[in-house]
Ligand binder design. Structure first.
Ligand SMILES: *Cc1c(COP(=O)(O)O)cnc(C)c1O
Length: 538
């Protein structure tokens, strides 16, 4: 299987090159040259598979065995998920007769990003080790320097994914004093020699600007081989397709109904988690429409209402509130906005202005809509369309897709927006009715599932993806439940792993300002030398 950029069907890359590159040089995202279909007997052959078994099967459809053999793939997957606390890796819990939550937060940092980042770290290590082993002794070994900025959540999952990996150093910038105490503790208590936390005097945007400058600096980039682990990395999407299969089989085992329809609702920010479900569906997993649940940062919900993908909601200025966007979230008007226009919500991991993975879905929509004699022609046409649409988003802040494209998008998805108030109500509702404590991101999904999705059919089962443990977002959970006499945060929510965390030893480098030269000095000083010995086993 080869991969190419959404903005042009030009050069084809191997899986390894795709994973190490992250973003394509033309600004596009890598996608597989075709979506593999499932083996004819998948329904029976895979039905009792564990998470690891399913990972091996699904991943090997996208990774050619001459790149990674099935045995090596199994070893990588086993190692990646051995860090999870739950035997089933991503267990499914039943909340009501028709509603389930798929808990994705049993990894080392208690958030769903672990599912992908635990694997990504091992893939990096595997590829670099293999490259270095085939090198002559006098050649310089290859290494990777991962640099990223975080407002809290992604940083810790990336650090736990890359800690202690040979030939990889990781530098995570966070705005000093502006991440939650538990998130700061999660990041800075990892004391492996290849992990570096930079507490930068400034805002999250300042940190992000510094990272962008570093990636734009060709010389620095070439010397240190900068790598990114953000959600556009193809391996992350691929790793996430697995739990759609696992949960599908789980329901199939429990519900004998031949007319059964399984519907997923996904709390969404950068569109990575739900995109994995779309790939599963296109591969042939028989599931219903996918529900996109957003908070007040609702660029995706607005797209599914109007067909316009636009950073700023221009419809609200010209039409009465509630006409193009329904009542859900109508009370969000007075939310705090930062300079870029991102609104601060109770579900901060979904506070985005644009959704970086949405371009991948747009490519498939453009491809399905392209008029071409053959596949090759339609692919080239889709690449041109995406380059055009993304160019418009960049220059005008918006693009309007043709009606047929919007209709196609509505065949596979629906989208709704959820306010902070509705998020809190939902946390309370499931605590009172099902004794289940959802984190605010999961609650955004649960709200959409309960109130909007067509759950009145007796044949429908809804699976809401649960993206974080409630202890990570104590403020929202406590606000929602403090009125309940039977609720006790320490007893009901706080996992033992968090209890001593605030007191653990920390390692953090203070950076006196959001200055790219200061950050470069830190990287130059601490980037670990690559492992040089041929055959070295680390
Ligand atoms: C990253 C994240 C999301 C959003 O996932 P996307 O793949 O960006 O759509 C939702 N919830 C939590 C807790 C997250 O960390």
């Amino acid at each position: 299987m080869k991969y190419f950029s959404t903005r042009g069907a030009g050069q084809l890359l191997s899986f390894e090159e795709t994973v190490l590159a992250g973003l394509a040089p033309d600004g596009g995202l890598y996608i597989p040259e075709h979506i593999p279909s499932l083996p004819a007997d998948w329904q029976t052959a895979w039905k009792d598979h564990s998470f690891v078994d399913l990972s091996v099967e699904v991943l090997s459809l996208y990774v050619t065995p001459d790149e990674i053999s099935k045995l090596e793939l199994r070893q990588l997957v086993e190692k990646s998920y051995s860090t999870f606390r739950h035997r089933e890796i991503t267990p499914l819990k039943k909340l009501t007769d028709t509603t389930y939550v798929l808990e994705l937060f049993h990894g080392p940092t208690f958030a769903f990003k672990d599912v992908a980042l635990q694997l990504l770290g091992n893939l990096f290590e595997f590829f670099l080790k293999r490259r270095n082993q085939s090198r002559a002794l006098n050649e310089k070994p290859e290494k990777l320097t991962v640099v990223g900025a975080t407002s809290g959540d992604t940083g810790s999952a990336a650090i736990y994914g890359l800690r202690n990996k040979a030939n990889v150093s990781i530098f995570i910038l966070h705005p000093k004093g502006r991440v939650s105490p538990i998130q700061e503790a999660q990041m800075t208590t990892v004391t492996d020699v290849n992990v570096h936390n930079l507490a930068v005097k400034g805002t999250f945007d300042d940190c992000q600007d510094v990272v962008k400058l570093l990636f734009g600096d060709r010389e620095f980039n070439a010397t240190h081989r900068l790598g990114a682990v953000n959600s556009i990395n193809w391996a992350r999407i691929l790793a996430q397709t697995v739990y759609y299969f696992l949960s599908y089989f789980h329901i199939k085992r429990q519900v004998a109904d031949p007319a059964l329809e399984i519907q997923y609702v996904v709390p969404t920010g950068n569109f990575g988690d739900i995109l994995a479900g779309y790939y599963a569906k296109r591969m042939g997993l028989p599931i219903g429409r996918l529900g996109v649940a957003t908070n007040a940062n609702d660029i995706l919900t607005r797209f599914w209402k109007s067909g316009a993908y636009e950073k700023v909601d221009t419809s609200r200025a010209t039409t009465p509130a509630g006409e193009t966007v329904p009542a859900a979230g109508a009370s969000d008007g007075k939310q705090a906005e930062d300079a870029s226009g991102v609104k601060e919500t109770l579900s901060p991991a979904m506070d985005i202005l644009v959704s970086s993975n949405f371009e991948r879905l747009l490519w498939y929509l453009a491809y399905d809509n392209a008029k071409g004699a053959d596949d090759e022609e339609r692919r080239r046409s889709a690449g041109r369309t995406i380059a055009d649409w993304m160019g418009k988003v960049k220059s005008d802040g918006r693009v309007q897709v043709p009606t047929e494209v919007l209709e196609r998008a509505r065949d596979d998805f629906f989208a709704e927006r959820v306010s902070d108030e509705q998020t809190l109500e939902t946390i309370e509702y499931y605590f009172e009715s099902a004794k289940y404590i959802a984190d605010p991101h999961t609650a955004v999904g649960l709200y959409v599932a309960r109130t909007v999705a067509p759950s009145n059919s007796p044949h429908v089962r809804q699976i809401v993806l649960s993206t974080a443990h409630p202890a990570k977002f104590s403020e929202a959970v406590t606000r929602a439940l403090e009125g309940s006499p039977s609720f006790d945060f320490e007893r009901d929510v706080l996992p033992p792993e968090f209890k001593g965390l605030l007191e653990c030893e920390r390692r953090v480098i203070d950076v006196e300002g959001a200055d790219v030269e200061l950050v470069k000095k830190v990287i130059e000083k601490y980037a670990v030398p690559a492992v040089a010995q041929v055959g070295a086993d680390v």
